[in-house]
Design a protein around this ligand. Sequence first.
Ligand code: KIV
Length: 263
Amino acid sequence: MAKITTAVLQKMKQQGDKISMLTAYDASFAKLFAEQGVEVLLIGDSLGMVLQGHSDTLPVTINDIAYHTRAVRAGAPDAFVIADMPFMSYGTLEQALQSVVPLMQAGANMVKLEGGDFLLPTVKALTERGVPVCGHLGLTPQSVHIFGGYKVQGKTDAAADAMVAQAKALQDAGAQLLVLECIPKTLAKRITDALTIPVIGIGAGNVTDGQVLVMHDLLGISSGYIPKFSKNYLAQTGEIRSAIAAYVSEVKSQAFPTDQHSF
Ligand code: KIV
């Protein structure tokens, strides 16, 4: 696979080529995912749940994300690697400026932050200093205690309008990618059409510029609650490489997610 950059992802949006993204946490899976054509690898703070066994993502630290980012980068030198900023590592602008250093030095191409308006000065400051930013709106898991559970967001007209405005503001502040999690498909389409930067969905329907899944959900090895938007590709193919290839193929053709996986 040719080296994936922000320019490549931007061109994919312009050409209507769908972007496949997966979480990855180690070198072996990162290598395998890149070999199967996954363009973007996310060291998600979901690792707090799927690797560390916590019930939410809040205990994850910058050192955890940096450790796994280094491993993923070693396994996939040409992939586009996004490192999640964990809970309260960007509560203030000063914290954010310090927190990105170990992540970028571990090999990340971009960092991902959850939230809207309060982050605008941070997004601007990071991009001005050479740190590409991915926004994350909708069901932002670090705010699970505010939401009172893992619930679909943006369901009312007012909430939908506010999310469209926040997405545009993040783009204007310099964000070069946006993840939308667990929102109605109609709202995901509105936001994807309104933005010039690529929009990646998870539980947002097949109308975004690409899809992301947690690798453990795709392989059917997550324990406990399995979200409606995930799909077990290993059950369908019986082999890990084929499961990843099937995921990439269905993202590209927009066969995944179906309405059964959407809100
Ligand atoms: O932490 C994570 O894995 C994520 C994805 C679900 C988008 O943020």
